[in-house]
Design a protein around this ligand. Structure first.
Ligand code: AMP
Length: 212
């Protein structure tokens, strides 16, 4: 399965990508997590990306394409992958297509802006492994500590209400056109927001036709 997850920031792409990855035994390639790790480590890519990420702007396409194509060339991607957060612009999608990166399905998790803004205020992120939590709907077992790797949970700088609004604007302008791009290719499937993480997973499993 070669899957692209589409949807606004905070729609639940990262959470569902993690669940689907365990279920299908394929890796998640999250450009956001790769960039945050690069920023934390102060690498060349991190230095280039920092300003954009912290202000909720899109990192230039050439940087993103470089990161993703390098990651896709690794052996664990041979049996499939889940792209979370990439492509985010038409030129990124065209690049993947031109380079023969296969896509079986582009799955959109459709959540309205008001729900996103309310949801993002409770999001907590692990700087160690990138896992996402929510103080109410998906709390960690121990407050402030990641269940997976034991690192401290933080509030992402770009999850402040003002930056979230900015990211939503960018999403509608730059990323939403991808829905048409993949619909025209017969690849788009959409799942409406559900009341819980489990219900969203169930809907995704149904839409993708994966064995429950
Ligand atoms: P995310 O964790 O997917 O919400 O991404 C966090 C931030 O990383 C975004 O707001 C962008 O600044 C940057 N980013 C992640 N993926 C991309 C992409 N495909 N194209 C451009 N910027 C990206």
């Amino acid at each position: 399965m070669r899957l692209i997850l589409l949807g606004a920031p905070g729609a639940g792409k990262g959470t569902q990508a993690g669940i689907l990855s365990s279920r299908l035994g394929i890796p998640v390639i999250s450009t956001g997590n790769i960039l945050r790790a690069a920023i934390k480590q102060g690498t060349h890519v991190g230095l280039k990306a920092r300003e954009y990420v912290e202000n909720g702007k899109l990192v230039p396409d050439d940087v993103i394409i470089g990161i993703v194509e390098e990651r896709l060339a690794e052996s664990d991607c041979a049996g499939g992958y889940i792209l979370d957060g990439m492509p985010r612009t038409i030129p990124q999608a065209e690049h993947l297509e031109k380079d023969g990166v296969g896509v079986d399905c582009a799955l959109c998790i459709d959540v309205d802006d008001e729900t996103i803004i309310a949801r993002m205020s409770g999001r907590r992120t692990c700087l160690g492994c990138g896992a996402s939590y929510h103080v109410v709907s998906a709390p960690p077992r121990t407050e402030g500590i990641c269940d997976n790797c034991g690192s401290e949970l933080t509030i992402r700088k770009d999850d402040s209400p003002e930056t979230v609004r900015n990211r939503l604007e960018v999403y509608h302008r730059e990323t939403e056109p991808l829905l048409n791009f993949y619909a025209e290719r017969g690849k788009l499937k959409t799942v409406k927001n559900q009341p819980s993480i489990e219900a969203t997973t169930a809907e995704i499993v149904r839409v993708l036709g994966i064995e429950p």
